[in-house]
Design a binder for this molecule. Structure first.
Ligand code: SIN
Length: 195
């Protein structure tokens, strides 16, 4: 199934956030669940020349990269049918037009279902993902270089450092038992540069 197919269906829609959407959704939704998508790793490999950087100094923000062995934790938001048009219009401007992300579909498992081993209760969720064919995609780099870039960048939404720290805080507070080596080592390297 493609995002366009699910958009044609009636009823509420689920949207999975794994970057700024976990701590700053700013769109209308009726409830949210913490959980994960299997088969993707979260990486600071996307460039951002609007929200957290500019044309001269693009910031580094996260995208999802396929990896069978990985899973990425975040928040799925249920948007009521009556809110879908407004919320998706807002998110398309923020994520697709300004951010260079494209809409995809993923299977989301909520934390409570993981605990019950009830993987049959996966939800189909819309997600914004940036891929290497995007002109502002930056790709892999050593974590120390990613951190050094993040501490220098700022965009219309604020410091790239704020984006990094808020995402790390979300993982520490809401997903305390989940390892996220990439995120936490970039945060540690960035904090070491500024403190
Ligand atoms: C985004 O949602 O990708 C950008 C918003 C932000 O960085 O605060």
């Amino acid at each position: 199934m493609k995002p366009q197919d699910i958009m044609k269906e009636k009823g509420s829609k689920w949207i999975f956030g794994y970057g700024s959407l976990v701590w700053k959704p700013d769109f209308k939704y009726k409830r949210s669940k913490i959980g994960f998508v299997q088969g993707y790793k979260r990486r600071f490999w996307h460039g951002d020349d609007f929200h957290r950087g500019d044309k001269d100094k693009p910031g580094r923000v996260v995208t999802l990269v396929q990896d069978h062995e990985a899973c990425t934790w975040g928040v799925a938001y249920e948007v009521a049918e009556s809110q879908v048009e407004e919320s998706l219009r807002y998110l398309d401007m923020r994520e697709a037009v300004a951010g260079g992300y494209a809409l995809e579909l993923v299977e989301f498992t909520a934390r409570e279902e993981k605990a019950l081993q009830e993987h049959s209760h996966k939800l189909l969720a819309l997600v914004y993902i940036a891929t290497s064919d995007n002109p502002i995609y930056l790709g892999p780099a050593p974590e120390s270089e990613i951190a050094a870039q993040i501490v220098l960048c700022r965009g219309s939404a604020g410091l790239n450092m704020e984006y990094l720290v808020c995402l790390a805080q979300f993982m520490r507070h809401c997903c305390a038992d989940v390892e996220d080596e990439h995120l936490f080592s970039i945060e540690a390297a960035a904090l070491a540069l500024v403190l």
